[in-house]
Design a protein. Structure first.
Length: 200
């Protein structure tokens, strides 16, 4: 579905990006596709507060960077899943395509409504292509049978993502084993939700 100008203007966007220059570039790209209502924040905790049900106006689409301060994009995705929010997400990052693909799989496993991922640099053309997939909460698309995931399988997604991030290096290299594998897999094990499968 090609989203019209009037529909874009009616949506409230959240931009969560730590770098002020890139945050401004994202806001400008949204303006180029017709968005007029944009809230921007520099870190994960502020993004999460903005996505709480009590925040008005309600956010329709959130664009979040993987490399956020305070709460990285992966932790934010997990927290959004816990909110049971109707927000649609677009995840952006400078990481390799394999990492972004793993993020898409993880979002699906957690039941998050992800419009897609964009490798930086983000352009208005890339944004528009994903925004054309937007469906308002009141008019959901016809249900399509999809895969369901056990907690063990979600654990596999986290380990695959940790492996991809470690291979990617950069700012996320040290984060991969400590914060992703330990925190996200550890809380699944503590919950006793099933045996976790270790992926080499």
């Amino acid at each position: 579905m090609d989203m019209g100008q009037s529909q874009l203007q009616s949506l409230h966007f959240l931009v969560a990006e730590a770098d002020p220059v890139q945050r401004r570039a994202l806001i400008e790209a949204l303006g180029q596709v017709g968005a007029t209502r944009v809230t921007d924040v520099p870190d994960g905790p502020m993004a999460l507060r903005t996505l709480q049900a009590s925040f008005t106006p309600k956010v329709d689409v959130a664009i979040i960077d993987l490399d956020l301060g305070g709460m990285d994009g992966l932790e934010l995705l997990r927290a959004i899943a816990a909110l049971k929010s109707t927000v649609r997400l677009i995840v952006v990052g400078a990481q390799p395509a394999s990492v972004l693909f793993s993020v898409e799989s993880l979002a699906q496993a957690h039941g998050v409504d992800l419009l897609g991922t964009i490798a930086k640099p983000v352009t208005s053309t890339k944004l528009k292509a994903l925004l054309d997939n937007y469906q308002p909460p009141g008019r959901p698309a016809p249900p399509v049978p999809g895969p369901s995931f056990s907690f063990a399988e979600v654990g596999v997604f986290w380990q695959l993502l940790a492996r991809d991030l470690e291979r990617a290096g950069g700012a996320f290299a040290g984060l991969a084993k400590r914060r992703i594998a330990a925190r996200h897999l550890g809380d699944l094990a503590a919950a006793g939700k099933g045996e976790l499968i270790v992926v080499a």
